[in-house]
Design a protein around this ligand. Structure first.
Ligand code: SF4
Length: 379
Protein backbone atom coordinates (compact mmCIF):
# COMPACT_ATOMS: atom_id res chain seq x y z
CA UNK A 1 0.00 0.00 0.00
CA UNK A 2 1.19 3.48 -0.86
CA UNK A 3 0.21 7.04 -0.01
CA UNK A 4 0.45 10.22 -2.07
CA UNK A 5 -0.25 13.67 -0.61
CA UNK A 6 -0.63 16.68 -2.91
CA UNK A 7 0.48 20.14 -1.78
CA UNK A 8 -0.57 22.41 -4.66
CA UNK A 9 1.29 25.60 -3.77
CA UNK A 10 4.19 27.19 -5.65
CA UNK A 11 5.84 30.57 -5.14
CA UNK A 12 5.16 31.23 -8.78
CA UNK A 13 3.98 29.23 -11.74
CA UNK A 14 6.62 27.96 -14.18
CA UNK A 15 5.67 28.55 -17.85
CA UNK A 16 6.00 24.88 -18.86
CA UNK A 17 4.17 23.27 -15.95
CA UNK A 18 0.89 21.42 -16.42
CA UNK A 19 0.50 20.04 -12.88
CA UNK A 20 -2.34 21.15 -10.63
CA UNK A 21 -0.72 24.00 -8.70
CA UNK A 22 -1.16 27.68 -7.89
CA UNK A 23 0.32 30.40 -5.75
CA UNK A 24 -0.97 30.27 -2.15
CA UNK A 25 -2.73 33.64 -2.44
CA UNK A 26 -4.97 34.06 0.57
CA UNK A 27 -5.11 30.33 1.39
CA UNK A 28 -5.59 29.67 5.09
CA UNK A 29 -2.73 27.19 5.48
CA UNK A 30 -3.90 25.98 8.85
CA UNK A 31 -7.32 25.13 7.40
CA UNK A 32 -5.71 23.44 4.41
CA UNK A 33 -3.60 21.15 6.61
CA UNK A 34 -6.69 20.37 8.65
CA UNK A 35 -8.49 19.42 5.40
CA UNK A 36 -5.75 16.97 4.45
CA UNK A 37 -5.95 15.33 7.86
CA UNK A 38 -9.73 15.13 7.63
CA UNK A 39 -9.54 13.54 4.21
CA UNK A 40 -7.06 11.01 5.60
CA UNK A 41 -9.44 10.21 8.47
CA UNK A 42 -12.16 9.65 5.90
CA UNK A 43 -10.21 7.60 3.40
CA UNK A 44 -7.55 5.59 5.21
CA UNK A 45 -8.63 2.29 6.75
CA UNK A 46 -9.81 2.67 10.31
CA UNK A 47 -7.68 0.77 12.77
CA UNK A 48 -4.37 2.00 11.33
CA UNK A 49 -2.67 2.28 7.99
CA UNK A 50 0.95 1.31 7.44
CA UNK A 51 2.04 2.16 3.88
CA UNK A 52 5.29 0.99 2.32
CA UNK A 53 5.88 4.34 0.67
CA UNK A 54 4.73 7.93 1.12
CA UNK A 55 5.26 10.64 -1.47
CA UNK A 56 4.47 14.27 -0.72
CA UNK A 57 4.35 15.98 -4.11
CA UNK A 58 3.07 19.14 -5.66
CA UNK A 59 3.34 21.96 -6.29
CA UNK A 60 6.20 22.70 -3.97
CA UNK A 61 5.73 20.84 -0.67
CA UNK A 62 9.05 22.21 0.61
CA UNK A 63 7.24 25.57 0.92
CA UNK A 64 5.29 24.20 3.91
CA UNK A 65 6.60 25.82 7.04
CA UNK A 66 8.03 23.54 9.74
CA UNK A 67 4.96 24.20 11.91
CA UNK A 68 2.56 23.01 9.22
CA UNK A 69 4.70 20.07 8.16
CA UNK A 70 4.86 18.84 11.75
CA UNK A 71 1.15 19.47 12.23
CA UNK A 72 0.36 17.46 9.10
CA UNK A 73 2.48 14.47 10.07
CA UNK A 74 1.32 14.44 13.67
CA UNK A 75 -2.31 14.81 12.60
CA UNK A 76 -1.99 11.91 10.15
CA UNK A 77 -0.44 9.78 12.87
CA UNK A 78 -2.68 10.70 15.81
CA UNK A 79 -6.02 11.15 14.06
CA UNK A 80 -5.83 9.09 10.84
CA UNK A 81 -3.82 6.17 12.22
CA UNK A 82 -0.86 6.60 9.86
CA UNK A 83 1.78 4.14 11.00
CA UNK A 84 5.33 4.49 9.66
CA UNK A 85 6.57 1.13 10.97
CA UNK A 86 6.49 -0.63 7.56
CA UNK A 87 7.79 2.32 5.60
CA UNK A 88 10.47 1.58 2.96
CA UNK A 89 10.58 5.07 1.51
CA UNK A 90 9.22 8.51 2.37
CA UNK A 91 9.81 11.15 -0.31
CA UNK A 92 9.09 14.85 -0.42
CA UNK A 93 9.45 17.12 -3.43
CA UNK A 94 11.47 20.28 -2.93
CA UNK A 95 12.69 23.23 -4.88
CA UNK A 96 16.18 24.57 -4.24
CA UNK A 97 16.29 27.59 -1.94
CA UNK A 98 12.87 26.86 -0.41
CA UNK A 99 14.34 25.13 2.64
CA UNK A 100 17.19 25.52 5.07
CA UNK A 101 19.07 23.07 7.28
CA UNK A 102 16.59 23.13 10.15
CA UNK A 103 13.65 22.42 7.82
CA UNK A 104 15.53 19.52 6.23
CA UNK A 105 16.40 18.21 9.70
CA UNK A 106 12.73 18.31 10.63
CA UNK A 107 11.84 16.30 7.51
CA UNK A 108 14.39 13.70 8.55
CA UNK A 109 13.10 13.70 12.12
CA UNK A 110 9.55 13.08 10.81
CA UNK A 111 10.71 10.07 8.78
CA UNK A 112 11.60 11.47 5.34
CA UNK A 113 14.15 9.23 3.59
CA UNK A 114 14.28 10.81 0.15
CA UNK A 115 14.09 14.35 -1.21
CA UNK A 116 13.34 14.90 -4.88
CA UNK A 117 14.50 18.30 -6.11
CA UNK A 118 13.23 20.09 -9.19
CA UNK A 119 16.45 21.62 -10.52
CA UNK A 120 15.77 21.18 -14.28
CA UNK A 121 19.07 22.69 -15.49
CA UNK A 122 22.44 23.97 -14.31
CA UNK A 123 22.47 26.69 -16.96
CA UNK A 124 21.63 30.13 -15.59
CA UNK A 125 20.02 31.38 -18.82
CA UNK A 126 17.85 28.29 -19.20
CA UNK A 127 16.77 28.55 -15.57
CA UNK A 128 15.59 32.10 -16.28
CA UNK A 129 13.70 30.95 -19.36
CA UNK A 130 12.04 28.25 -17.24
CA UNK A 131 10.97 30.86 -14.70
CA UNK A 132 12.92 29.10 -11.96
CA UNK A 133 13.83 31.12 -8.91
CA UNK A 134 17.09 29.38 -8.07
CA UNK A 135 20.58 29.69 -9.50
CA UNK A 136 22.80 26.70 -10.42
CA UNK A 137 24.89 27.29 -7.28
CA UNK A 138 21.80 27.41 -5.06
CA UNK A 139 20.78 24.02 -6.44
CA UNK A 140 24.18 22.56 -5.51
CA UNK A 141 24.03 24.22 -2.08
CA UNK A 142 20.59 22.70 -1.46
CA UNK A 143 21.96 19.21 -2.14
CA UNK A 144 24.70 19.88 0.44
CA UNK A 145 22.06 20.96 2.99
CA UNK A 146 20.13 17.71 2.47
CA UNK A 147 23.28 15.68 2.97
CA UNK A 148 24.12 17.62 6.13
CA UNK A 149 20.61 16.97 7.46
CA UNK A 150 21.19 13.23 6.98
CA UNK A 151 18.59 12.67 4.23
CA UNK A 152 19.55 9.21 2.98
CA UNK A 153 18.61 9.66 -0.69
CA UNK A 154 18.50 12.69 -2.95
CA UNK A 155 16.98 12.81 -6.41
CA UNK A 156 17.35 15.64 -8.84
CA UNK A 157 15.04 16.32 -11.81
CA UNK A 158 16.61 17.60 -15.03
CA UNK A 159 14.91 18.44 -18.32
CA UNK A 160 16.06 18.34 -21.91
CA UNK A 161 14.61 19.64 -25.19
CA UNK A 162 14.17 23.07 -23.65
CA UNK A 163 13.67 25.94 -26.10
CA UNK A 164 17.04 26.80 -27.62
CA UNK A 165 18.94 24.32 -25.42
CA UNK A 166 22.15 23.04 -27.01
CA UNK A 167 23.63 19.59 -26.56
CA UNK A 168 26.59 21.22 -24.77
CA UNK A 169 24.27 22.84 -22.23
CA UNK A 170 22.63 19.46 -21.66
CA UNK A 171 26.03 17.78 -21.31
CA UNK A 172 27.09 20.41 -18.72
CA UNK A 173 23.91 19.93 -16.68
CA UNK A 174 24.38 16.16 -16.64
CA UNK A 175 28.03 16.58 -15.66
CA UNK A 176 27.14 18.93 -12.77
CA UNK A 177 24.51 16.48 -11.55
CA UNK A 178 27.00 13.59 -11.69
CA UNK A 179 29.56 15.65 -9.73
CA UNK A 180 27.03 16.03 -6.93
CA UNK A 181 27.00 12.24 -6.43
CA UNK A 182 23.23 12.02 -6.31
CA UNK A 183 21.46 8.77 -5.56
CA UNK A 184 18.90 9.20 -8.32
CA UNK A 185 18.52 11.42 -11.37
CA UNK A 186 15.35 11.93 -13.42
CA UNK A 187 15.99 13.20 -16.93
CA UNK A 188 12.74 14.28 -18.58
CA UNK A 189 12.09 15.22 -22.15
CA UNK A 190 10.06 18.44 -21.89
CA UNK A 191 6.68 18.13 -23.51
CA UNK A 192 4.77 21.23 -24.45
CA UNK A 193 1.45 20.67 -22.71
CA UNK A 194 -1.76 22.50 -23.47
CA UNK A 195 -2.71 25.21 -20.97
CA UNK A 196 0.91 26.21 -20.41
CA UNK A 197 2.65 29.41 -21.40
CA UNK A 198 5.27 27.39 -23.33
CA UNK A 199 2.54 25.76 -25.41
CA UNK A 200 1.09 29.16 -26.24
CA UNK A 201 4.54 30.54 -27.08
CA UNK A 202 6.17 27.63 -28.87
CA UNK A 203 3.21 25.47 -29.97
CA UNK A 204 2.62 21.75 -29.61
CA UNK A 205 5.31 20.64 -32.03
CA UNK A 206 8.24 22.52 -30.61
CA UNK A 207 10.22 19.33 -30.03
CA UNK A 208 12.92 18.52 -32.56
CA UNK A 209 12.98 14.73 -32.81
CA UNK A 210 16.62 14.47 -33.85
CA UNK A 211 17.78 16.63 -30.95
CA UNK A 212 15.50 14.78 -28.51
CA UNK A 213 17.07 11.48 -29.52
CA UNK A 214 20.61 12.88 -29.23
CA UNK A 215 19.91 14.27 -25.74
CA UNK A 216 18.16 11.10 -24.56
CA UNK A 217 21.12 8.98 -25.74
CA UNK A 218 23.64 11.37 -24.17
CA UNK A 219 21.88 11.07 -20.79
CA UNK A 220 21.91 7.28 -21.08
CA UNK A 221 25.60 7.26 -21.99
CA UNK A 222 26.82 9.69 -19.33
CA UNK A 223 24.67 8.43 -16.48
CA UNK A 224 25.25 4.75 -17.22
CA UNK A 225 29.02 5.36 -17.31
CA UNK A 226 28.72 7.13 -13.96
CA UNK A 227 27.18 4.01 -12.39
CA UNK A 228 23.47 4.78 -12.66
CA UNK A 229 20.98 2.11 -13.72
CA UNK A 230 18.62 3.37 -16.43
CA UNK A 231 15.67 1.59 -14.83
CA UNK A 232 12.85 3.60 -16.39
CA UNK A 233 12.81 5.65 -19.55
CA UNK A 234 13.33 8.93 -17.63
CA UNK A 235 14.86 7.61 -14.42
CA UNK A 236 18.34 6.58 -13.34
CA UNK A 237 19.36 5.21 -9.94
CA UNK A 238 22.48 4.18 -8.11
CA UNK A 239 22.43 0.64 -6.70
CA UNK A 240 19.59 0.28 -4.18
CA UNK A 241 18.19 3.76 -4.87
CA UNK A 242 15.26 3.21 -7.26
CA UNK A 243 12.04 5.03 -6.36
CA UNK A 244 9.79 2.40 -4.82
CA UNK A 245 6.83 4.78 -4.86
CA UNK A 246 7.10 5.37 -8.59
CA UNK A 247 7.61 1.65 -9.25
CA UNK A 248 4.35 1.09 -7.37
CA UNK A 249 2.56 3.39 -9.87
CA UNK A 250 4.25 1.82 -12.86
CA UNK A 251 3.33 -1.70 -11.79
CA UNK A 252 -0.30 -0.83 -11.07
CA UNK A 253 -0.27 -1.15 -7.27
CA UNK A 254 -2.97 0.43 -5.12
CA UNK A 255 -2.40 3.80 -3.51
CA UNK A 256 -4.39 6.44 -1.72
CA UNK A 257 -4.11 10.02 -2.96
CA UNK A 258 -4.93 12.90 -0.62
CA UNK A 259 -5.27 16.58 -1.45
CA UNK A 260 -6.89 18.72 -4.13
CA UNK A 261 -6.44 17.26 -7.60
CA UNK A 262 -4.92 14.05 -6.19
CA UNK A 263 -5.59 10.66 -7.76
CA UNK A 264 -5.82 7.31 -6.02
CA UNK A 265 -6.65 3.73 -6.96
CA UNK A 266 -7.98 1.33 -4.37
CA UNK A 267 -9.39 -2.13 -5.11
CA UNK A 268 -9.85 -1.31 -8.79
CA UNK A 269 -11.62 2.02 -8.22
CA UNK A 270 -9.73 5.06 -9.42
CA UNK A 271 -10.71 8.47 -8.08
CA UNK A 272 -9.64 12.05 -8.64
CA UNK A 273 -10.27 14.69 -6.02
CA UNK A 274 -11.67 18.05 -7.00
CA UNK A 275 -8.93 20.20 -8.59
CA UNK A 276 -9.88 23.32 -6.66
CA UNK A 277 -8.12 23.98 -3.38
CA UNK A 278 -10.82 26.27 -2.00
CA UNK A 279 -13.65 23.88 -2.83
CA UNK A 280 -11.64 21.00 -1.38
CA UNK A 281 -10.92 22.82 1.90
CA UNK A 282 -14.47 24.12 2.22
CA UNK A 283 -15.92 20.65 1.73
CA UNK A 284 -13.63 19.13 4.32
CA UNK A 285 -14.00 21.97 6.79
CA UNK A 286 -17.61 20.93 7.35
CA UNK A 287 -19.02 18.11 9.33
CA UNK A 288 -18.74 14.52 8.17
CA UNK A 289 -21.85 15.24 6.10
CA UNK A 290 -22.31 18.14 3.69
CA UNK A 291 -25.93 18.94 2.90
CA UNK A 292 -26.79 15.34 3.75
CA UNK A 293 -24.09 13.94 1.45
CA UNK A 294 -21.09 12.07 2.77
CA UNK A 295 -18.08 14.39 2.68
CA UNK A 296 -16.33 12.10 0.24
CA UNK A 297 -18.87 13.02 -2.43
CA UNK A 298 -18.18 16.70 -1.89
CA UNK A 299 -14.53 16.29 -2.85
CA UNK A 300 -15.24 13.87 -5.71
CA UNK A 301 -17.04 15.70 -8.50
CA UNK A 302 -19.38 13.70 -10.73
CA UNK A 303 -17.50 11.43 -13.09
CA UNK A 304 -14.29 11.53 -11.11
CA UNK A 305 -14.46 7.86 -10.15
CA UNK A 306 -13.74 5.06 -12.57
CA UNK A 307 -14.40 1.40 -11.95
CA UNK A 308 -11.53 -0.54 -13.52
CA UNK A 309 -12.46 -3.93 -12.07
CA UNK A 310 -14.29 -5.34 -15.06
CA UNK A 311 -12.19 -3.66 -17.70
CA UNK A 312 -9.23 -6.02 -18.03
CA UNK A 313 -8.37 -4.64 -21.47
CA UNK A 314 -8.02 -1.07 -20.16
CA UNK A 315 -5.91 -2.32 -17.27
CA UNK A 316 -3.67 -4.33 -19.61
CA UNK A 317 -3.22 -1.35 -21.93
CA UNK A 318 -2.19 0.89 -19.07
CA UNK A 319 0.24 -1.61 -17.54
CA UNK A 320 1.69 -2.42 -20.93
CA UNK A 321 2.59 1.22 -21.63
CA UNK A 322 4.15 1.63 -18.19
CA UNK A 323 6.07 -1.65 -17.99
CA UNK A 324 7.68 -1.25 -21.41
CA UNK A 325 9.25 1.93 -20.07
CA UNK A 326 10.99 0.00 -17.31
CA UNK A 327 14.14 -2.08 -17.67
CA UNK A 328 12.34 -5.04 -16.10
CA UNK A 329 10.13 -5.01 -19.22
CA UNK A 330 6.71 -6.25 -20.16
CA UNK A 331 5.79 -9.17 -17.86
CA UNK A 332 5.09 -12.51 -19.53
CA UNK A 333 1.48 -12.57 -18.27
CA UNK A 334 0.67 -9.44 -20.32
CA UNK A 335 1.91 -10.99 -23.54
CA UNK A 336 -0.73 -12.59 -25.77
CA UNK A 337 -0.09 -15.51 -28.12
CA UNK A 338 -0.88 -13.32 -31.09
CA UNK A 339 2.02 -10.98 -30.15
CA UNK A 340 4.69 -13.69 -30.54
CA UNK A 341 5.57 -12.82 -34.15
CA UNK A 342 5.84 -9.09 -33.47
CA UNK A 343 8.01 -9.67 -30.41
CA UNK A 344 10.29 -12.03 -32.32
CA UNK A 345 10.70 -9.34 -34.99
CA UNK A 346 11.57 -6.73 -32.34
CA UNK A 347 14.23 -9.06 -30.95
CA UNK A 348 15.66 -9.75 -34.39
CA UNK A 349 15.90 -6.03 -35.13
CA UNK A 350 17.76 -5.44 -31.86
CA UNK A 351 14.91 -3.40 -30.36
CA UNK A 352 14.06 -5.86 -27.59
CA UNK A 353 15.25 -8.98 -25.82
CA UNK A 354 13.57 -11.70 -23.81
CA UNK A 355 14.53 -12.22 -20.18
CA UNK A 356 15.34 -15.94 -20.00
CA UNK A 357 13.87 -16.75 -16.59
CA UNK A 358 10.77 -14.57 -16.37
CA UNK A 359 9.99 -14.37 -20.10
CA UNK A 360 9.58 -10.58 -19.82
CA UNK A 361 10.17 -8.52 -22.96
CA UNK A 362 12.69 -5.72 -22.31
CA UNK A 363 13.46 -2.93 -24.73
CA UNK A 364 17.00 -2.02 -25.73
CA UNK A 365 18.01 1.64 -25.86
CA UNK A 366 16.98 1.78 -29.53
CA UNK A 367 13.70 0.11 -28.63
CA UNK A 368 13.03 2.65 -25.90
CA UNK A 369 13.19 5.40 -28.51
CA UNK A 370 10.21 3.71 -30.16
CA UNK A 371 8.37 2.79 -26.98
CA UNK A 372 5.08 4.47 -27.92
CA UNK A 373 4.90 2.82 -31.33
CA UNK A 374 5.79 -0.58 -29.85
CA UNK A 375 3.20 -0.21 -27.09
CA UNK A 376 0.53 0.71 -29.66
CA UNK A 377 1.30 -2.42 -31.67
CA UNK A 378 0.92 -4.60 -28.59
CA UNK A 379 -2.37 -3.09 -27.41
S1 SF4 B 1 7.70 24.68 -9.08
FE1 SF4 B 1 7.21 22.66 -9.99
S2 SF4 B 1 5.01 22.33 -9.62
FE2 SF4 B 1 5.46 24.52 -9.27
S3 SF4 B 1 4.97 25.52 -11.20
FE3 SF4 B 1 7.18 25.07 -11.23
S4 SF4 B 1 7.34 23.03 -12.18
FE4 SF4 B 1 5.18 23.31 -11.61
Amino acid sequence: MHLYIHIPFCHRVCPYCAFFKHTPGATDMRAFIESLIREAVLRLPSGGYAPETIFIGGGTPSMLSPIYFRRLMEGLRDRAGLDLSRLKEFSIEANPATFNLSKAQLWREMGVTRVSMGVQSFDADLLKLLGREHSPDEAAASVAILREAGIPQVNLDLMFSLPGQTIEQWRDSLARAIELKLDHISAYNLSYEEDTEFYRTYGANANNEEEDVAMFCLADEMLSSAGYRHYEISNYAKEGCVSHHNIAYWTGQDYYGLGPGAFGTIDGIRYENVGDTRAYSLALAGDLKQGGKPMEEAILPAGSQEDLRGDTQARRTELLGLSLRMDTGLPADLIREQDAGFIAALCEEGLAWREAQSGAVCLTLRGRLLVDEIATQLM
